[in-house]
Design a protein around this ligand. Structure first.
Ligand code: CMP
Length: 135
């Protein structure tokens, strides 16, 4: 069974919509295999988004991801990665399809409600990074 990492970003926590996002994921048939809340340190957020280091949105993204708690979860289903990406929607909430999480709960490209892994390789790395004992 395939797994992916999903992060609920600080704007959803602030908007009191954690429950709505979790309900939607469960209604779509996704199994929550692990879940916790964390306030990321700068170092941990920079490490997580290292692939984007040097891009213009990197520092605003790290600022946003460290300013409040996030919810971290491992999701499981057949063909989980592609399926979760279809439930989550386009990176830009304004371009995301109706009914997707980012369309419903995103505020902007940075504050786009959730992060989901973009490849099987990255999902394995990100689950390890977020859920390893030293994290
Ligand atoms: P996320 O899935 O968390 O992965 C990287 C994040 O960078 C992305 O969602 C967006 O929140 C953020 N971001 C900000 N600007 C851009 C951009 N122009 N292109 C892609 N991602 C961006």
């Amino acid at each position: 069974m395939e797994q992916t990492l999903l992060l609920i970003k600080p704007n959803v926590v602030e908007d009191h919509k954690i429950g709505k996002v979790i309900s939607l994921l469960e209604e779509k048939g996704l199994l929550i295999k692990d879940m916790k809340m964390e306030i990321l340190t700068r170092e941990r957020a920079e490490g997580f988004y290292d692939i984007h280091n040097g891009r213009p949105f990197f520092h605003p993204l790290v600022d946003f991801m460290t300013h409040g708690p996030i919810v971290e979860m491992v999701l499981e289903r057949e063909d989980c990665l592609q399926y979760v990406r279809s439930v989550v929607g386009d990176t830009d909430p304004q371009k995301a399809a109706e009914g997707t999480i980012r369309r419903l709960y995103g505020r902007s490209i940075t504050q786009n409600a959730v992060h989901a892994s973009d490849s099987i390789e990255n999902a394995l790395k990100e689950i390890q990074y977020i859920f390893s004992e030293c994290g």
